[in-house]
Design a protein around this ligand. Structure first.
Ligand code: CTP
Length: 416
């Protein structure tokens, strides 16, 4: 007889009181409807590891939508249902919980999404990626807190191992290759020996995954505390090259990622720009289309690469501020910062910082209207004067509105 383990205490201690109360109520309501209810997946893993995780996933043996609707009434929350998948998301007072009907999955073709049928908690756990993610905690009153661990996930947690449930796992869903590396590096675990062999064997299966799904995995890696660890491991195993053969997950990248974390910019764009930094223009385009990057992320990568080609100009210590401005304006912030981090030249870095902290805010005081009042007719000539004024301001040749007016008069007198 396997030992009965009860996690009610851990649930009580590690989750906020509101969620604990909710789980108890949800269990009672489910039982009242004649259904079984379980807490599953990542949160169970993290309860055992004592890691904070408030992403609650619930599995209902029966009908998740029916339960979600009644819980929405009780909590006064809002529910979004997907009847095709038998899933629901319930939100109330700042909390949110996902509910899914227990299911079984079968994969007809590698890389495509599986065919889904209603199932039991056992089939639902069996469809999952790794043993440490394939545990459940019962929530209905009679069995509240009981751990279901049919694949020995708890033992794997104790031995710090990432293990698939069966040998076709990565073939069914090759995104699990990236997921496995992500958990391994996040938790400082190891891929269990056979799992590692299967993972290496099935790397070519990543070709069966759409660009959108691969990009999603990469985004999730960028949300980790140390994404560089995942990328470095991915390079060593030959996984990183499936994104693009020229990408590297080396010590340069690790150092740049570390520095990127002290910037205040959204990290995922910056990480991506640094990862792609050493690609040529052509390789960059290949990566953009392989990952089906959004317009704006694609632009960030193009900007970064284009600016990289201009850094030679920025290495001149005698460069006037107006010239620095002209070289750097119009690029996205991520492209600027990626180049600041990637450049080894203190002069280049100084120029990018000068632009970021000062020059980009400098504007002439005189406006087009002021110039009209001074007798300058609207048109290309006015545009030119405004540009020259801007340059004079950037270079400190004029410091006040009055000095700008004098300059304009002098230019007018000279017919310039
Ligand atoms: N899952 C899976 N195979 C996938 C994606 C998800 O088996 N390709 C299962 C796992 O059991 C996982 C659960 O669905 O625990 C929830 O998925 P997700 O939110 O991606 O995983 P978490 O474990 O919650 O991941 P994280 O800790 O990174 O949020």
């Amino acid at each position: 007889m396997p030992e009965v383990i009860n996690l009610a205490d851990k649930v009580e201690k590690q989750l906020p009181a509101e969620l604990v109360g909710f789980l108890r109520t949800a269990g009672e309501v489910a039982a009242g409807q004649g259904q079984s209810l379980y807490l599953v997946g990542g949160v169970v893993r993290d309860l055992l590891l004592r890691r904070v995780n408030l992403d609650l996933d619930l599995v209902v043996e029966g009908d998740a939508i029916k339960l979600a609707l009644q819980l929405a009434e009780i909590t006064g929350g809002k529910v979004i249902t997907h009847s095709r998948f038998g899933t629901a998301k319930l939100r109330w007072q700042g909390w949110s919980v996902d509910l899914a009907t227990a299911r079984s999955e079968s994969y007809t073709k590698p890389g495509t999404l599986p065919t889904v049928k209603p199932g039991s908690i056992d089939t639902d756990l069996f469809r999952r990626d790794f043993t440490i993610n394939a545990m459940a905690v019962e929530l209905i009153p009679g069995g509240y807190g009981r751990l279901l661990d049919p694949h020995r996930g708890k033992a794997d947690l104790e031995h710090q191992l990432i293990r698939v449930l069966h040998e076709k796992s990565f073939i069914d869903d090759a995104t699990r290759i990236w997921r496995g590396l992500r958990y391994e590096q996040r938790l400082d675990f190891q891929l269990e020996t056979d799992t590692l062999k299967l993972l290496k064997r099935d790397i070519p299966m990543l070709e069966t995954i759409s660009g959108d799904r691969i990009r999603h995995e990469l985004e999730r890696i960028f949300q980790e505390e140390y994404p560089e660890k995942v990328l470095s491991r991915a390079e060593k195993l030959g996984v990183l090259s499936t994104l693009h053969p020229s990408l590297k997950g080396d010590s340069w990248l690790s150092e740049k990622f570390r520095q990127a974390r002290s910037s205040s910019l959204p990290l995922s764009g910056l990480y991506l720009a640094l990862l792609a930094y050493r690609l040529t223009d052509e390789e960059n385009e290949q990566l953009i289309s392989h990952l089906k990057l959004s317009k704006s992320l694609g632009q960030t990568l193009r900007d970064t690469n284009h600016l990289k080609g201009e850094l030679g100009w920025l290495a001149d210590p005698a460069l006037a501020p107006s010239r620095v401005y002209r070289l750097l304006h119009g690029y996205s912030q991520s492209a600027l910062i990626a180049n600041l981090l990637a450049s080894d030249s203190p002069v280049v870095q100084g120029h990018i910082r000068l632009f970021r902290d000062k020059l980009r805010y400098v504007k002439p005081s005189l406006t087009g209207n002021d110039l009209i009042k001074m007798g300058v007719p609207p048109g290309p000539r006015m545009k030119e004067i405004l540009q020259q004024l801007h340059g004079a301001r950037l270079d400190g040749k004029v410091k006040s509105k009055k000095e700008e007016e004098e300059l304009v008069r002098r230019w007018a007198a000279r017919g310039k």
